[in-house]
Design a protein around this ligand. Sequence first.
Ligand code: NOJ
Length: 752
Amino acid sequence: MKKIILVFTVLLIIVGCNSPKNYSGKLSVIDLKVDSILSLMTLEEKIGQMNQYNGFWDLTGPAPNEGDAANKYNHLKQGLVGSMLNVRGVEDVIKVQKIAVEETRLGIPLIIGFDVVHGYETQSPIPLAESASWDLETIKKSAEMAAKEAAAAGINWTFAPMVDISRDARWGRVMEGAGEDAYLGSLIAKARIEGFQGDDLSKSNTIAACAKHFAGYGFAESGRDYNTVDVGTSTLYNTIFPPFKASVDAGVRTFMNSFNELNGIPATGNKFLQRDILKGKWNFDGFMVSDWGSIMEMIAHGHAKDKKHAAELAVNAGSDMDMESYVYVNELKTLIDEGKVNVTLIDDAVKRILKVKFELGLFDNPYRYCDLEREKEIIGSKEMHDAALDMAKKSIVLLKNDNDLLPLKKTGQKIALIGALASDKNSPLGSWRIAAKDNSAVSVLEGMQQYNENELVYAKGTDVSIGTHNFASEVKINTTDKSEFKKAISVARKADVVVLVLGEVGFQSGEARSRTELGLPGLQQELLEEIYKVNKNIVLVLNNGRPLAITWADKYISSIVEAWQLGSQSGNAIAQVLYGDYNPSGKLPMSFPRNVGQVPIYYNYKNTGRPGPKKEVFWSHYQDEKNSPLYPFGYGLSYTTFKYDNLQVSNVNNNKVNVSVQISNSGDVKGKEVVQLYIRDEVASVTRPVKELKGFELVELKPKEAKTIEFVLTDKELGFYNNEGAFIVEPGTFKVFVGGSSDKTLDADFEL
Ligand code: NOJ
């Protein structure tokens, strides 16, 4: 602590004012302080700030060949480390922070990063599931809770939100994003950033957020993680960039670049992305961290000839912090001596990093986030679990309920609960759940046992996977063992209703979890068909981290519930929805394909020169499958029904358009509906999609209640980016569509 006091004494003389507790709105004071510290630093110490090491415990990337614990420890002592990731828990954070603060020359505190992706210890639903709620307030609250819990464990920085748009369910990381749409994705990015960062970053319950992965990572060819990305300019500006731009506008303090290349240049060494767009055009004043080892990986990409070259390319392109490549700390000094890197770029990077440390209040008190009492009180508290349950219920999407099997009757029923996932307490925790306790989620079985006036019989049916897995291990799927089929079939035969819980285990989605098939893994499809032979009253509950192709189920099973991986409170949320204590209102944030061959599939496609259907064969279609998805973007049912009437467009002037629609609850129970507005710019200098989401409102209605919903479309909604990256609005004919799904809408025209 002595060093910090020494630095502050120097600072106070230089800056000439007291260190304010809350820096928001006083960036210039921080800038002066940052400059003062910078003037005290040696080149080695500056480079040290740009160096980030993994801790000594969890591993969220490939194990490095160099940088063993002893080496890292020495660097830490020498002031050659600016940040650590995967150090968690107050005790451990204090251990490393103490070295930085008390044993290094200047005592500059570390910034401690962690993947707080869908909760810290208490898990919220996976982000894709949360996005299905379309409930920005609750999503913000979920991030707020995650920040509070993580901050109580000594963490000051999350590597979230992932704002990559993706249209490819084969890519395992769709679970971590907000789905396929840039408009929805931008609003969710903002909500999550505001939730994590709050209104004052220096508070001990807020943490810095990180918009990742900049850019294009969600467009990996064939959905194979880390694969090459090849997208056109229009997609880059109109689909990939918007959530990142929205993140900058929301004040996100850090960015992470991506593993992929873009136009042949890896994102980590991509100057266009980092310096021209992000720090130039968008004026981002936070810092950019590389992804795990991504600087060094430019060698494998065939872009850098060696580690030194990789460091040169990355720093010149605008990557400020090196996560686990060890090349900044080892190579930057030589590169500067050789004149290959200008020291002003180092100064710029360090200033950005120090600024965020100041904003977090770490210079005021490096142990601000380290309070053992608070840690005990907050982590896993009722407040966390209540919020996780609320978010989980709102994330569930009712896909089918043809015969009104749902909600289940609460008494007098014999219910067969079948499926290994029904009793699984680990899978609902999802993939990014490093700080969660294994097997700590409420299972569907436990959730349904709360409703004890029915007879509930459980049978596993079949294991989805074999053995146990973790974040770094491959999941092995059971493709042979049917020994439990018989028992499950017999239990199903005697039941009034069968609840079948099928889908993916938690680690089947997430980083490096791509799939070429999108059906139910292993023997689950066979189990479903066998059960159907003996009992048609089936409610299928899906637990999965990505859209699945469940065409058979859609044809034969009358009730289907999309329950994703819903986190710690999963089973309670599912049971409350099944029994009608919560009326589902989720809408899909990603299209569900009929067949994996349709992927990438998304609602906002282009019309092509040969739309159909046509009499002859010469139109854009498949011989063996429809073009449309099984369930489209924006789709989701309720236990009630909604009716849309009277779509009106008025006041079309000054590029402002008022749209109104009447919605009424035409069913018998209270329910929530996401009223969605889409537009189509019919003729444009760069072709526009057949539909684009440009507004939505979540409305709750009592039975027979009606409301008029109003939307205002301005330039922001009516324009688009041209191929020079300029945002333009073109006059002409537009269509507007309003409804409860991207495919079921009223429509009207207007002229701009
Ligand atoms: C690699 C992932 O791509 C990134 O999202 C994550 O934040 C880092 N590993 C650190 O765990």
